[in-house]
Design a protein around this ligand. Sequence first.
Ligand code: HEC
Length: 131
Amino acid sequence: MVAGAITARTVIAEPAQTAARWTIPATAAEENNPLPVNAATLAGGKRFYVSKCERCHGPEGKGNGPDADANYAADMDLTNGARAVRNPDGVVFYKIWNGRLTPKMPMFSEELTKEQVWAIVAYAQSLRAQQ
Ligand code: HEC
């Protein structure tokens, strides 16, 4: 006979994608890009940027792609020098890796490798200097 109800509850980790805010580990700012930031890395990063990011962030990273959220144009502007301080490489990595729900940015951990995301980080960070 079964004695009593089963009370154990399974805790299912919430996918990062459903988080309203960014999911960024406390140590993210200390993580450096493991890739050399050279022409080859930037060219690879640009290819992924064009296919995965440009529709929202725009060809120059100004946050003005066709699928951009107009209410968050300033937050989507990757070229804004004033936002550089809060976006070191490791932080940008996790923003891309985990995404966020509101305003919506997709998570890319299921379709890109870490190395691919680091290449995108290098390219995205280079957009400021290209202004
Ligand atoms: C569906 C649209 C969409 C796509 C696709 C998208 N993003 Fe975003 N992204 C956003 C939105 C919206 C924000 C602003 C979130 C906020 O308000 O903090 C954002 C913010 C960011 C930020 C933070 C900027 C800052 O100053 O805080 C970075 C970095 C970023 N995106 C990089 C990327 C990269 C790189 C890609 C491609 C791999 C990408 N995004 C794809 C919508 C998108």
